[in-house]
Design a protein around this ligand. Sequence first.
Ligand SMILES: [Zn+2]
Length: 239
Amino acid sequence: MKQRLILAGLWLLLLLPAAALAQAESDALVLRLSRDVGGALGASIQGRFSYRVTGPADLVRVEFLMDGAVIAADSAPPFAFRFDTADFSLGTHRLSARGYTADGRLLQSNELTRQFVPAWRVYALTGGVVLLVVLVQVVTYLTTRPGKGPGRDYGLLGGVVCPYCGHPARIRWWNLTPVAGRLLRCPHCRRWHFSRRATPAMLASAEAFAAELAAEAAAARPEAAADRQRQLDGSRYDR
Ligand SMILES: [Zn+2]
Protein backbone atom coordinates (compact mmCIF):
# COMPACT_ATOMS: atom_id res chain seq x y z
CA MET A 1 0.00 0.00 0.00
CA LYS A 2 2.76 2.37 0.99
CA GLN A 3 4.73 1.45 -2.13
CA ARG A 4 1.71 2.20 -4.28
CA LEU A 5 1.37 5.63 -2.75
CA ILE A 6 5.03 6.39 -3.38
CA LEU A 7 4.65 5.20 -6.99
CA ALA A 8 1.56 7.38 -7.46
CA GLY A 9 3.46 10.32 -5.99
CA LEU A 10 6.34 9.76 -8.38
CA TRP A 11 3.93 9.63 -11.31
CA LEU A 12 2.39 12.91 -10.24
CA LEU A 13 5.83 14.51 -9.99
CA LEU A 14 6.56 13.36 -13.53
CA LEU A 15 3.23 14.50 -14.94
CA LEU A 16 2.98 17.92 -13.30
CA PRO A 17 5.83 19.65 -15.14
CA ALA A 18 4.61 18.13 -18.41
CA ALA A 19 1.14 19.55 -17.84
CA ALA A 20 2.57 22.95 -16.92
CA LEU A 21 4.73 22.86 -20.03
CA ALA A 22 1.75 22.01 -22.23
CA GLN A 23 -0.21 24.92 -20.72
CA ALA A 24 2.73 27.28 -21.28
CA GLU A 25 3.13 26.08 -24.84
CA SER A 26 -0.50 26.64 -25.74
CA ASP A 27 -0.28 30.12 -24.22
CA ALA A 28 2.91 31.03 -26.05
CA LEU A 29 2.75 34.13 -28.20
CA VAL A 30 5.36 33.82 -30.92
CA LEU A 31 6.60 36.82 -32.87
CA ARG A 32 8.40 36.38 -36.17
CA LEU A 33 9.62 39.00 -38.57
CA SER A 34 9.17 38.48 -42.29
CA ARG A 35 10.85 40.47 -45.03
CA ASP A 36 8.47 41.82 -47.68
CA VAL A 37 10.68 44.19 -49.69
CA GLY A 38 14.21 45.12 -48.71
CA GLY A 39 17.46 43.80 -47.43
CA ALA A 40 18.42 41.84 -44.37
CA LEU A 41 21.80 40.72 -43.19
CA GLY A 42 21.84 39.08 -39.82
CA ALA A 43 20.23 41.54 -37.43
CA SER A 44 20.66 44.48 -39.85
CA ILE A 45 17.50 45.20 -41.80
CA GLN A 46 16.27 47.80 -44.26
CA GLY A 47 12.97 48.02 -46.15
CA ARG A 48 9.46 46.72 -45.58
CA PHE A 49 8.99 44.00 -42.98
CA SER A 50 6.01 42.44 -41.19
CA TYR A 51 5.36 41.43 -37.62
CA ARG A 52 3.76 37.96 -37.71
CA VAL A 53 2.25 36.71 -34.49
CA THR A 54 0.87 33.27 -33.67
CA GLY A 55 -0.69 32.22 -30.39
CA PRO A 56 -3.49 30.22 -28.78
CA ALA A 57 -6.74 29.63 -30.67
CA ASP A 58 -8.71 32.04 -28.44
CA LEU A 59 -6.48 35.01 -29.25
CA VAL A 60 -8.72 38.01 -29.99
CA ARG A 61 -6.34 40.96 -30.13
CA VAL A 62 -2.65 41.53 -30.75
CA GLU A 63 -0.72 44.74 -30.19
CA PHE A 64 2.56 45.32 -31.98
CA LEU A 65 5.25 47.13 -30.02
CA MET A 66 8.44 48.90 -30.98
CA ASP A 67 10.80 49.81 -28.14
CA GLY A 68 7.99 49.15 -25.65
CA ALA A 69 5.41 51.42 -27.32
CA VAL A 70 2.34 50.13 -29.14
CA ILE A 71 2.53 51.14 -32.81
CA ALA A 72 -0.38 49.10 -34.19
CA ALA A 73 -3.00 46.50 -33.30
CA ASP A 74 -4.89 43.72 -35.06
CA SER A 75 -8.06 41.98 -33.90
CA ALA A 76 -8.37 39.21 -36.48
CA PRO A 77 -6.05 36.45 -37.59
CA PRO A 78 -3.61 36.29 -39.24
CA PHE A 79 -2.18 38.75 -36.74
CA ALA A 80 0.28 40.79 -38.77
CA PHE A 81 1.51 44.33 -39.20
CA ARG A 82 3.68 45.68 -41.96
CA PHE A 83 6.09 48.55 -41.43
CA ASP A 84 8.90 50.33 -43.23
CA THR A 85 12.23 50.78 -41.45
CA ALA A 86 12.46 54.22 -43.12
CA ASP A 87 9.57 55.39 -40.88
CA PHE A 88 11.69 54.87 -37.78
CA SER A 89 15.06 56.19 -36.65
CA LEU A 90 18.20 54.32 -37.64
CA GLY A 91 19.79 52.16 -34.98
CA THR A 92 18.76 49.41 -32.60
CA HIS A 93 15.06 48.68 -32.04
CA ARG A 94 13.29 46.10 -29.89
CA LEU A 95 10.24 44.49 -31.48
CA SER A 96 7.64 42.58 -29.49
CA ALA A 97 3.92 41.84 -29.29
CA ARG A 98 1.17 41.55 -26.69
CA GLY A 99 -1.82 39.26 -27.03
CA TYR A 100 -5.25 39.16 -25.38
CA THR A 101 -7.33 35.98 -25.21
CA ALA A 102 -11.14 35.77 -25.17
CA ASP A 103 -11.10 35.04 -21.43
CA GLY A 104 -8.95 38.08 -20.70
CA ARG A 105 -5.47 36.58 -20.35
CA LEU A 106 -2.57 38.84 -21.34
CA LEU A 107 0.27 37.18 -23.23
CA GLN A 108 3.73 38.58 -23.86
CA SER A 109 5.68 37.52 -26.94
CA ASN A 110 9.37 36.97 -27.39
CA GLU A 111 11.42 40.07 -28.20
CA LEU A 112 13.42 40.59 -31.39
CA THR A 113 16.28 43.08 -31.61
CA ARG A 114 17.10 44.52 -35.01
CA GLN A 115 19.40 47.23 -36.35
CA PHE A 116 17.61 49.54 -38.77
CA VAL A 117 20.27 50.53 -41.29
CA PRO A 118 20.31 52.67 -44.43
CA ALA A 119 20.05 50.79 -47.74
CA TRP A 120 23.65 51.40 -48.77
CA ARG A 121 24.86 49.64 -45.66
CA VAL A 122 22.93 46.46 -46.38
CA TYR A 123 24.35 46.45 -49.91
CA ALA A 124 27.85 47.24 -48.65
CA LEU A 125 27.62 44.43 -46.11
CA THR A 126 26.23 42.05 -48.74
CA GLY A 127 29.08 43.06 -51.06
CA GLY A 128 31.55 42.44 -48.26
CA VAL A 129 30.13 38.98 -47.65
CA VAL A 130 30.27 38.17 -51.37
CA LEU A 131 33.90 39.32 -51.48
CA LEU A 132 34.70 37.20 -48.45
CA VAL A 133 33.08 34.13 -50.02
CA VAL A 134 35.08 34.69 -53.23
CA LEU A 135 38.26 35.13 -51.20
CA VAL A 136 37.61 31.92 -49.26
CA GLN A 137 36.98 30.10 -52.54
CA VAL A 138 40.21 31.42 -54.07
CA VAL A 139 42.20 30.40 -50.99
CA THR A 140 40.50 26.98 -50.96
CA TYR A 141 41.27 26.56 -54.66
CA LEU A 142 44.91 27.54 -54.23
CA THR A 143 45.46 25.25 -51.25
CA THR A 144 43.56 22.25 -52.57
CA ARG A 145 43.91 22.97 -56.26
CA PRO A 146 43.46 20.09 -58.66
CA GLY A 147 46.95 20.62 -60.04
CA LYS A 148 48.60 19.11 -57.00
CA GLY A 149 49.35 15.42 -57.07
CA PRO A 150 51.29 13.82 -54.26
CA GLY A 151 54.54 13.75 -56.23
CA ARG A 152 54.01 16.35 -58.95
CA ASP A 153 52.53 19.77 -59.45
CA TYR A 154 50.35 19.98 -62.54
CA GLY A 155 49.92 23.76 -62.41
CA LEU A 156 46.76 25.82 -62.11
CA LEU A 157 44.81 23.90 -64.76
CA GLY A 158 45.43 20.51 -63.19
CA GLY A 159 46.28 17.22 -64.80
CA VAL A 160 44.71 14.45 -66.82
CA VAL A 161 45.19 10.71 -66.88
CA CYS A 162 45.78 9.20 -70.32
CA PRO A 163 43.01 6.68 -71.08
CA TYR A 164 45.41 4.63 -73.25
CA CYS A 165 48.52 4.23 -71.12
CA GLY A 166 47.31 5.46 -67.72
CA HIS A 167 50.12 8.01 -67.27
CA PRO A 168 49.36 11.41 -65.74
CA ALA A 169 50.09 14.60 -67.66
CA ARG A 170 49.83 18.32 -67.09
CA ILE A 171 47.12 20.38 -68.83
CA ARG A 172 48.49 23.36 -70.79
CA TRP A 173 46.46 26.45 -71.51
CA TRP A 174 46.63 25.77 -75.24
CA ASN A 175 44.98 22.36 -74.91
CA LEU A 176 41.56 22.99 -76.44
CA THR A 177 38.37 22.64 -74.38
CA PRO A 178 35.64 21.85 -76.96
CA VAL A 179 32.99 20.90 -74.37
CA ALA A 180 34.05 19.90 -70.88
CA GLY A 181 37.46 18.40 -71.19
CA ARG A 182 40.84 18.95 -72.75
CA LEU A 183 42.21 17.76 -76.06
CA LEU A 184 45.84 16.89 -75.61
CA ARG A 185 48.58 14.50 -76.64
CA CYS A 186 49.92 12.11 -74.05
CA PRO A 187 53.63 12.90 -73.49
CA HIS A 188 54.18 9.24 -72.66
CA CYS A 189 52.43 7.22 -75.41
CA ARG A 190 52.05 10.14 -77.87
CA ARG A 191 48.38 9.43 -78.49
CA TRP A 192 45.77 12.15 -78.72
CA HIS A 193 42.98 11.97 -76.18
CA PHE A 194 40.12 14.05 -74.92
CA SER A 195 39.89 13.91 -71.14
CA ARG A 196 38.32 15.70 -68.25
CA ARG A 197 40.54 17.11 -65.53
CA ALA A 198 41.52 14.35 -63.13
CA THR A 199 40.88 14.51 -59.42
CA PRO A 200 43.90 14.51 -57.05
CA ALA A 201 43.04 10.89 -56.15
CA MET A 202 43.08 9.87 -59.83
CA LEU A 203 46.40 11.65 -60.34
CA ALA A 204 47.83 9.97 -57.26
CA SER A 205 46.93 6.48 -58.47
CA ALA A 206 48.21 7.31 -61.97
CA GLU A 207 51.51 8.48 -60.49
CA ALA A 208 51.80 5.30 -58.44
CA PHE A 209 51.00 3.26 -61.54
CA ALA A 210 53.61 5.12 -63.61
CA ALA A 211 56.23 4.69 -60.87
CA GLU A 212 55.46 0.96 -60.72
CA LEU A 213 55.88 0.65 -64.49
CA ALA A 214 59.17 2.53 -64.37
CA ALA A 215 60.44 0.29 -61.55
CA GLU A 216 59.45 -2.82 -63.48
CA ALA A 217 61.17 -1.55 -66.60
CA ALA A 218 64.34 -0.83 -64.62
CA ALA A 219 64.24 -4.28 -62.99
CA ALA A 220 63.84 -5.93 -66.41
CA ARG A 221 67.05 -4.31 -67.64
CA PRO A 222 69.47 -4.48 -64.73
CA GLU A 223 72.56 -4.27 -66.97
CA ALA A 224 71.25 -1.16 -68.67
CA ALA A 225 70.52 0.42 -65.31
CA ALA A 226 73.95 -0.55 -64.04
CA ASP A 227 75.54 0.91 -67.18
CA ARG A 228 73.68 4.13 -66.70
CA GLN A 229 74.78 4.25 -63.06
CA ARG A 230 78.41 3.67 -64.11
CA GLN A 231 78.15 6.44 -66.68
CA LEU A 232 76.71 8.75 -64.04
CA ASP A 233 79.43 7.87 -61.58
CA GLY A 234 82.05 8.33 -64.32
CA SER A 235 80.79 11.77 -65.24
CA ARG A 236 80.76 12.71 -61.60
CA TYR A 237 84.44 11.80 -61.21
CA ASP A 238 85.41 13.46 -64.51
CA ARG A 239 84.45 16.83 -63.17
ZN1 LIG B 1 49.31 7.87 -72.90
